[in-house]
Design a protein around this ligand. Structure first.
Ligand code: ATP
Ligand code: ZN
Ligand code: MG
Ligand code: MG
Length: 470
């Protein structure tokens, strides 16, 4: 990318989250990720823009030096910070404004600093196998937390039975964030059991919220921008999917068609999620098991009878779900156990403010900080060091609970034979695929008290609303 020859006409709106807005290049497989600021504080956004470079560099360092060692070399693309002409950024921001969903417009894109992250466009395949006629398909899943807290610091018993996602649904509906309840439960997806995973994926397709997006040639064809702007027409969607699964067009028609195609899609997603594509293949497939009792969520709608027979197969050791789950499980004291440790750090920093830099609370996230996190002494010896390590482990877990998985698929041309582990055989086609993880930003240290409060709110609201129904 030549930053001095940027042309806003070559970029288009791609999507956004809570913290950043993403534009993609119309031809090359690249995206630019801009920071966003609250719209009502224009004075502050100048100040924040000044800090943009440091903030973005922190994101790159954190992805590269902290998250990558946990999640695996091949899944993570950390990108780089680029400085762009301000004129280009302003024009671009005007151009994308009308594409943005209403619910995201409480924040504005950073047009003052000129800094952005440049990343590969993960909706396209990174390898150079391209099918001329059928563009790449990409499934983005934001899986959220895949385990029930096992910490003895947990005070509300319900947290050992019902997962955070399922409890949070009740509050989100009441707040108007979403209009309909999602029946997706992360514990089903992370179970490693194909039946339960299919069930989870079907529920995501039923009600995508911000947990599922599907792109064709980089364009959103299924999923929600916000609660008012959803593309969730399964029949139209099936038409998009046919060329990937039934290339000899016209073979399937009629009422079974939608279900057949969707089942093929779900099979492919499940296979990709369980494959160890992030590492060089080793023949052995070790499984990671979470002890039985905690392996399912009482709020999940998955068939109880089947659950009782045991449907927790465990995850192959190096598959993307297993990597994410292991990072999530660094949160092993729960926010209830962490909050007092956070207070211990705060008290210490109150007395010795200069120590904040030495303890690397807010970075720099260099190679050393990862090693410190690995070191897993589990007994609290009352020290500040222990508390800081727990806080930092919790932050890594938070990032892993909020990241997205990208699965890119492309038809495999007959004459090409890519490495066998990068091909999925469906009943009527062969697809090349790649799996990556995105959105690996560090979560702010200062957010911990908010997380503590939110946890209490979610649990209390869940108890209140489910008891009211009984
Ligand atoms: P969140 O609110 O989930 O924390 P965020 O503000 O941190 O989101 P991202 O999740 O990084 O932002 O980006 C928003 C969306 O942009 C993603 O959900 C994804 O659809 C798209 N996106 C981000 N990075 C890439 C990429 N490298 N390639 C393709 N699409 C991307
Ligand atoms: Zn659940
Ligand atoms: Mg995101
Ligand atoms: Mg994010």
């Amino acid at each position: 990318m030549e930053v001095d020859k940027m042309d806003e006409n070559e970029w288009k709106y791609h999507g956004e989250g809570n913290k950043s807005l993403v534009v993609s290049h119309v031809e090359h497989s690249q995206v630019l990720r801009f920071l966003k600021y609250p719209a009502e504080e224009p004075g502050n956004s100048h100040k924040a823009a000044k800090e943009a470079f440091g903030h973005l560099q922190n994101i790159v360092d954190f992805s590269k030096n902290v998250m990558k060692p946990f999640l695996g070399e091949n899944y993570v693309h950390h990108g780089e910070v680029v400085h762009l002409p301000l004129d280009f950024v302003r024009q671009l921001s005007l151009k994308v404004e009308q594409e943005r969903p209403e619910s995201r417009c409480d924040k504005v894109m950073d047009i003052f600093s000129g800094y952005a992250l440049c990343l590969p466009n993960l909706t396209k395949l990174q390898t150079c196998h391209f099918s001329e006629s059928v563009p790449p398909l990409c499934i983005e899943i934001k899986p959220k937390c895949g385990f029930l807290p096992f910490s003895s610091h947990v005070t509300k018993d319900v947290k050992h039975r019902v997962c955070r996602f399922c409890m949070h649904q009740h509050l989100k509906l009441a707040n108007g964030k979403w209009k309909r309840m999602s029946r997706y439960c992360p514990l089903d997806l992370f179970s490693g059991n194909k039946q339960r995973m299919s069930f989870a994926l079907k529920n995501l397709l039923q009600e995508a919220q911000n947990n599922l997006k599907i792109f064709k040639n980089g364009e959103l064809i299924y999923g929600c921008k916000d609660d008012k702007d959803c593309l969730q027409d399964l029949n139209a969607f099936t038409q998009h999917l046919k060329p990937y699964f039934f290339p000899a067009n016209g073979l399937i028609h009629g009422p079974h068609c939608t279900r057949t195609v969707i089942n093929e899609l779900i099979n492919v997603i499940t296979t990709a999620l369980l494959s160890n594509s992030g590492t060089c293949r080793t023949g052995e497939i070790r499984k990671v098991h979470i002890s039985e009792g905690r392996a399912h969520c009482d709020a999940s709608h998955f068939h109880r009878d089947i659950l009782r027979k045991g449907s927790h197969s465990g995850l192959p050791k190096d598959c993307v779900l297993s990597k994410i789950l292991q990072a999530q499980m660094l949160d092993n004291v729960d926010i209830e156990g962490l909050h007092p440790l956070y207070n211990r750090v705060e008290q210490y920093l109150g007395e010795f403010p200069k120590e904040r830099i030495k303890l690397q609370i807010d970075g720099p996230y260099n190679e050393n900080c990862f090693e410190k996190l690995r070191n897993s002494q589990s007994e609290d010896n009352g020290t500040v060091d222990y508390a800081v390590r727990k806080v930092q482990q919790y932050r890594v877990a938070m990032t892993a609970k909020d990241c997205s998985i990208m699965i890119a698929l492309s038809p495999c041309p007959d004459d090409e034979l890519p490495e066998p582990n990068l091909v999925i055989q469906t009943s009527k086609s062969r697809l090349i695929y790649s799996v990556s993880i995105l959105d690996l930003d560090p979560k702010p240290y200062e957010n911990i008290p908010h997380q503590y409060k939110l946890d209490g709110q979610i649990v209390n609201f869940y108890l209140k609303s489910t008891q009211a129904k009984q």
